[in-house]
Design a protein around this ligand. Structure first.
Ligand SMILES: NC(=O)c1ccc[n+]([C@@H]2O[C@H](COP(=O)([O-])OP(=O)(O)OC[C@H]3O[C@@H](n4cnc5c(N)ncnc54)[C@H](O)[C@@H]3O)[C@@H](O)[C@H]2O)c1
Ligand SMILES: O=C(O)C[C@H](O)C(=O)O
Ligand SMILES: [Mg+2]
Length: 623
């Protein structure tokens, strides 16, 4: 306690006890502190304050207080008044009923999320026990699709902060701020700038929810220790006009930084986290396409990082495409014969196209003619229709897939042709959507797909969340036929086709790969995540399904098996890292020892390093 406070409070005590006659002191004009202005002495800092209901002020901590108490970076950047905090809380309380009605497919999804989130705040071990034991039921609550609703309502749902926030205003400070995070070791970071959250667009600082949801799966599926995960939001502003005007918005209310200024912020963040935790793995999530590719190219050879939307999605889609070939009763090597129409040429669509083309080309001999012939198997349609080489200002990433004008003429197609025209003319084996446009595979498009030359056309409606799916499984099976293969990014129920037959609704989501890519990289000790490691992950997922399953139209495992498939994927990633001479080992397992492991030993090594939610015995030690 400061001397001044001690002396004035003892004065008050003495006054109260009648030891001082106030009349004698009228001339002296003693300083009497106003009760509400007296500081409260705390013996805590950082997260300990935020987690103490007595001291916590949440978003109302002023900037100076945040600096004084090591809170900088642990809260969203916008400082709120207590009146604003209460208004936000009340808006949310009143909105609950409306949101419950608007929920994805489960009207109580948001309410369930709140209950689970409160458990997460109170007891991590119990939370993950519940999640792992009931993953099929609660993955759609803590992850896609409900997490989309959570991000949209983040302002109202914000309670106890989770993760770190770096904002454009923290430039020059990140290297020290990163030490405000209390964990000595961090294995996995999921970072977003909130610019393209699922198919919901720019949600600014509210995108924090996506990193939290992805890391829940890292813990539940990959057994990454929850004390070693860190969700990060880089708030460089938002171009969402509604949020820019919302007085209760928690992020920076200015337009997004762009160009070199933007890159400098991300560079500073990368330097800061890798300086403090040199072995961390950083997963980039839901960055708008414009930056997704550029940042991936910028960092992938120097840092342990990957982009989930570009690379994770590519692997999952590739595994599904190979599964669809098998489901037709054909060998995987027939993949290069598939005609594939892709709707959407953003970070996800282009990622899938590159991976699928590369795999086809490899199957065809990996030379120039193999590449050309693989390229001709794809038709790419974006918001402006079919992409051909006659398009002006064509995006550099889409250029390799632009149809040659002669080729499209021959097929009766022109630049900008609509999706339905393309499907009608091409009669594809596969129709794959990563457009973020719900219902894009309309009745007309699905009717056109009935003309497919495939015995078993495949439909991948991969956009998230549920309302952005290009079509539902009900529409796919009823319009195109009972025989189709169907997968979607967000979960749907299987369809009862009558006569005891089931139309299987697969979930084609990058959740089947990113946890294994992260865990495998960690356990291999590789300094980078190579194309080969990603390819190995995808091939492992493709091979995971049995012949019997694929023939029944089941091309992805049920989410109840996610811990097992993640273990397999991680082992495949470690193995590839060893083969590419990238593995440097992890903890006691050095690179030489790693190389000696056979398949079974490798799987055990992975399994033994997966955290499981069990209560440890606690002992108090005073030092
Ligand atoms: N299932 C998964 O695992 C998975 C993984 C990553 C992304 N996604 C989903 O994919 C979607 C797209 O993500 P992104 O990062 O590529 O987004 P993006 O905004 O970068 O790209 C969207 C693309 O769709 C195109 N498009 C828009 N309207 C169209 C229309 N009417 N017809 C055809 N194309 C149209 C755009 O031109 C653009 O090329 C999102 O909904 C996201 O949730 C799913
Ligand atoms: O988050 C998901 O469910 C998948 C993917 O990363 C997406 O952005 O949609
Ligand atoms: Mg994503």
């Amino acid at each position: 306690m400061s001397n001044q406070i001690r002396s004035s409070s003892s004065l008050i005590q003495r006054l109260k006890q009648g030891m001082i006659n106030p009349a004698l002191h009228t001339q002296t004009r003693w300083f009497t502190p106003i009760e509400g202005h007296r500081p409260t002495i705390v013996h805590k800092r950082s997260l300990d304050i935020l987690h103490d209901p007595w001291f916590n002020k949440g978003t109302a901590f002023s900037m100076t207080e945040r600096d004084r108490l090591d809170l900088r970076g642990l809260l969203p950047p916008n400082v709120m008044s207590s009146e604003q905090q209460i208004e936000r809380f009340m808006v949310d309380l009143k909105r609950l009923e409306v949101q419950a009605r608007d929920g994805p497919s489960d009207p109580n999804a948001l309410a369930k999320w709140r209950i689970l989130n409160r458990l997460h705040d109170r007891n991590e071990t119990m939370y993950y026990k519940v999640l792992i034991a009931n993953i099929e039921e609660y993955a759609p609550v803590v992850y896609t699709p409900t997490v989309g609703l959570v991000c949209q309502n983040y302002g109202g749902l914000f309670r106890r902060p989770r993760g770190m926030y770096f904002s454009a205003e923290d430039r020059g400070e990140m290297m020290s701020m990163v030490y405000n995070w209390p964990a000595e070791q961090v294995d996995m970071i999921v970072v977003t700038d909130g610019s393209r959250i699922l198919g919901l667009g720019d949600l600014g600082v509210q995108g924090m929810g996506i990193g939290v949801g992805k890391l829940d799966l890292y813990v539940a599926a990959a057994g990454i220790n929850p004390q070693r995960v860190l969700p990060v939001m880089i708030d460089v502003g938002t171009n969402n006009e509604k949020l820019l005007k919302d007085p209760l918005y928690l992020g920076l209310q200015e337009h997004r930084l762009d160009g070199d200024e933007y890159v400098a912020v991300i560079d500073e963040f990368m330097e800061a986290v890798f300086t403090r935790w040199p072995n961390v793995i950083v997963q980039f999530e839901d960055f708008q396409s414009k930056w997704a590719f550029k940042l991936l190219q910028r960092y992938r050879n120097t840092y342990r990082m990957f982009n989930d939307d570009v690379q994770g999605t590519a692997g999952v889609a590739l595994a599904g495409l190979l599964g669809a070939v098998r489901a037709q009763g054909r060998p995987m090597i027939d993949f290069p014969k598939q005609k594939i129409v892709v709707a959407g040429a953003g970070s996800a669509g282009i990622g899938v196209l590159n991976a699928a083309r590369k795999t086809m080309a490899r199957m065809l001999g990996n030379n120039e003619s193999a590449f050309n012939s693989a390229t001709s198997q794809f038709w790419v349609v974006d918001a402006e229709g079919l992409i051909t080489q006659s398009r002006e200002n064509i995006d550099a990433d889409a250029l390799p897939f632009a149809k040659k004008v002669k080729e499209s003429d021959r097929q009766g197609l022109r630049e900008g042709a609509s999706l339905v025209e393309v499907v009608r003319q091409v009669k594809p084996d596969v129709l794959l959507g990563l457009s973020a446009v719900g219902g894009l595979f309309s009745e007309e498009v699905l009717e056109a797909l009935k003309g497919s030359t495939s015995t078993r056309p495949a439909i991948f409606a991969m956009s998230n969340p549920t309302k952005n799916a290009e079509c539902t499984p009900g529409e796919a099976f009823s319009i195109v036929g009972d025989n189709v293969i169907f997968a979607s990014g967000s979960p749907f129920k299987d369809v009862d086709l009558g006569n005891g037959h089931i139309g299987h609704s697969n979930q084609g989501n990058n959740m089947y790969l990113f946890p294994g890519i992260g865990l495998g990289t960690l356990l291999s000790g590789s300094r980078i995540i190579s194309d080969g490691m990603l390819q190995a992950a995808a091939e492992c997922l493709a091979a995971y399904m049995t012949e019997d399953e694929v023939v029944r139209g089941i091309i992805y495992p049920s989410i109840s098996r996610i811990r097992d498939i993640t273990k397999e994927v991680a082992a495949a990633v470690v193995k590839e890292a060893i083969e590419e001479d990238l593995a440097e080992g992890y903890r006691d397992m050095d690179a030489r020892e790693l190389r000696k492991l056979n398949r079974e030993e490798l799987l055990n090594y992975v399994k033994d390093n997966m955290w499981s939610p069990e209560y440890p015995t606690l002992v108090y030690k005073n030092d």
